[in-house]
Design a protein around this ligand. Structure first.
Ligand SMILES: Cc1cc2nc3c(=O)[nH]c(=O)nc-3n(C[C@H](O)[C@H](O)[C@H](O)COP(=O)(O)OP(=O)(O)OC[C@H]3O[C@@H](n4cnc5c(N)ncnc54)[C@H](O)[C@@H]3O)c2cc1C
Length: 471
């Protein structure tokens, strides 16, 4: 696909040192955090600024070369697997925090900044950037915005979308646009910022973002509630919300996950519990005190056999840090870890947990479940082995049933991980054929040559036709 003439054009734009075509580099970018998906790109290119991105995109558009924008590759939907080949675009040189504006409460960043860095920089000036995906130490803001990532604080503070005020985006034809800005109000035309957020690299390349910051909460407390059955934990979640309390964090771990996390983090987690809730509240001290007391009461009323509040900030930090290790800890157990993120209305959390257990039993699979219970966002995680074809077929059937159940309960096939390639076959369940067609038309209008992350989210009409012809 890439000949020497085109590669020479890329050398001219970014310098030879920023274009990699050796097999080792191509292999390193042939996969992401999603198991079972791999495809080789033709080149890996690291532009140094927006103009270079625009020049690269223009050439790709001219020669119909697929572009896969890539942050840290931690997505769990094969979103950065270059399934059509082409170039992988890295943002390792575009990794600066450009400005913290304390008057307008904004931070302007390049796409390659790590999420944790944004969190830390905001805290340094007494401000707060709430989105905190479990991967925040390694994920980049460009990836977060493109997946509209959630995190442990989604229930009270919302998700990445809620903190993106403006973007600079390179379109498929090489044009550079700016959307939104440091504005509390802006209704000038369609909301292109929202369109780009969550578009998984298929509508444009994000080269800059202006993020909203809020005042840092005065104080925070963390509590652990232990249960001898899953449903009691799920019912506590509903009871807390029904009592008009919105905690900053409301995370759920089943026993299997708990044991593995403890084995990994070794902080003395109570592995005898069948399920735990990790609950945090932040805000003014008196409000935090009141809410923690009420939530402890509600957990006990809903059959928690123990409720304990972390005594020090360090103890609290250990608990949340341990929760963040859940996926990494589970991945140590079996060669293949497949994590999903079916999401339901909060009131259906108990039904969904019950259904996941039944489906796991029906297909004789090990499925551990943890997740952002307050958001109704569960991560049923199957520990399996991709080399065992027969078992993988059962895994696929089980997940298809889990998605169908989530939809039946008024939920969705993905709450925060995106569609990518992995959930492409299920998208119609959520948005319907007419909804899919609207998305296809938007894609066609913005990227008529289908060069931006092709084959992700849905299949374009001509891709479908060429697939049929190949068969
Ligand atoms: C251990 C672990 C924990 C996780 N926890 C959470 C969690 O709590 N919540 C959650 O929501 N997700 C979570 N994730 C998933 C993942 O971390 C997020 O989706 C994250 O936002 C991806 O960031 P990234 O930098 O790795 O992006 P990548 O994986 O590299 O890319 C993600 C998508 O963004 C696109 N993209 C990247 N940069 C740009 C750009 N500049 N312009 C246009 N498109 C771009 C890519 O093409 C791709 O479609 C977790 C993953 C792991 C491995």
């Amino acid at each position: 696909m890439l000949n020497q003439e085109i590669i020479a054009k890329f050398y001219d734009i970014v310098g030879k040192e920023n274009v990699e075509t050796n097999q080792a580099s191509l292999l390193a970018y042939s996969y992401d955090s999603t198991p079972q998906y791999q495809a080789m790109p033709d080149a890996v290119i690291a532009p140094r600024n927006t103009e270079e991105v625009a020049d690269i995109v223009s050439i790709c558009n001219q020669y119909r070369i697929p572009i896969v924008p890539r942050g840290s590759g931690t997505n769990l939907c094969a979103g950065t697997t270059p399934i059509k080949g082409g170039i992988v675009l890295l943002f390792k040189h575009m990794n600066q925090i450009l400005e913290t504006d304390e008057e307008n409460l904004t931070m302007t960043v390049q796409p390659g900044v790590f999420t944790k860095e944004i969190n830390d920089r905001a805290l340094e000036v007494g401000l707060f950037y709430p989105p905190d995906p479990g991967s925040m130490h390694i994920s980049q803001i460009g990836g977060n915005i493109s997946e509209n990532s959630g995190g442990l604080r989604g229930l009270k503070y919302g998700v990445t979308r809620d903190y993106v005020m403006g973007l600079e985006v390179v379109l498929a034809n090489g044009d550079i646009i700016r959307t939104g800005g440091k504005l509390a109000k802006d209704v000038a035309g369609y909301d292109l910022t929202r369109l780009i957020v969550g578009s998984e690299g298929t509508l444009g390349v994000i080269t800059e973002a202006t993020l909203k910051l809020i005042p840092q909460p005065e104080t925070k407390k963390t509590m652990l509630a232990l249960y001898s059955d899953l449903e009691a934990a799920a019912e506590s979640v509903s009871a807390i919300i029904a009592n008009r309390i919105i905690p900053a964090t409301l995370e759920f771990l089943d026993q299997a996950t708990l044991k593995v996390v403890e084995d990994f983090a070794k902080i003395g987690l109570p592995t005898e519990a069948k399920a735990v809730l990790l609950i945090e509240q932040d805000g003014a001290p008196e409000i935090v005190e009141r809410d923690m007391k009420k939530m402890a009461e509600l957990c006990r009323e809903n059959r928690a056999f123990d409720v304990s509040v972390a005594k020090t900030e360090q103890d609290a930090e250990k608990l949340t840090a341990a929760r963040r290790t859940a996926l990494s800890a589970l991945s140590r157990l079996k060669p293949t870890t497949i994590l999903e993120d079916a999401t339901v209305p909060r009131s259906e959390i108990a039904n969904m947990v019950r259904a996941i257990t039944e489906i796991a039993n029906k297909y004789q699979l090990t499925i551990c479940t943890f997740g952002h219970a307050g958001d109704g966002n569960l991560h049923p995680t199957c520990l399996t082995d991709a080399r065992n074809q027969e078992e993988i077929e059962r895994v696929e059937k089980a997940f298809a049933e889990i998605f169908e159940k989530a939809i039946e309960l008024g939920g969705t096939i993905t709450g925060e991980h995106g569609v990518g390639v992995m959930k492409l076959p299920y998208l119609h369940l959520k948005v319907g054929e007419a909804g899919l067609e609207v998305m296809r038309q938007i894609k066609k209008a913005l990227d008529p040559n289908n060069i931006l992350n092709p084959g992700k989210i849905f299949v374009q009409q001509h891709e479908e036709e060429s697939r049929v012809n190949e068969q």
